[in-house]
Design a protein around this ligand. Sequence first.
Ligand code: DC
Length: 228
Amino acid sequence: MIDHPIPVVAVDGPSGVGKGTLGRALASRLGWHFLDSGALYRLTALASIKRDLDLEDSAGIASLAENLAVRFNGSLADQRIWLDDEEVSLTIRSETCGNIASKIAVMPRVRRALLQRQRDFRQPPGLVADGRDMGSVVFPDALVKIFLTASPEACAIRRYNQLKEKGIDVSLADLTREIAERNERDARRLIAPLEPTVDAEVLDTTGLNIEQVRERALLIVSKRLHLN
Ligand code: DC
């Protein structure tokens, strides 16, 4: 593989594990760009809901993914996302969008359509990318690959608190079941399944708070990037 001049830190892992929080913290610390790849799947899900597309219509959904009119702006701490000139930053965080995103993420054409869009985020001085296949498929030449894990219960509670903070009301029991189903689907799919690559550092975050996860991840990043 030809060496790419723009470095990438890949942060992969299941729903609710805290990839977004860690990814943003690393991007902020390094002064790099940040890609929330799940947002692209969620945006495709929202676009297909708005157009009332059937989940069986993979050609229609792939064509939506190919032509998504999206814009990202705002800051790392307050990212704003637009779809067809409507701000949907909060709408795409719903569990409905997350679950449909996971269902359409098994479609090869949808994944192909979103591949270049994700790679376009690789801009100087560097990129921190979070998702399921950042280190395996989208940026296989990433300089640092971190794979976060946590118990299903810890993932559900973290996601529950995140949604509550955003003012989205959900039941913890429903969320626990839905996240377990989603993570199972993401891990078992044939294309780009959620699994660590051999060169990834696996970090089990069960029982760790955000600060502790950030410190451990920063240590990994500093070593690999030879930072002081
Ligand atoms: O990270 P998230 O919860 O926003 O992602 C929503 C869904 O999108 C996730 O369940 C699976 C899919 N996804 C994916 O297949 N590959 C990615 N790189 C990111 C998300």
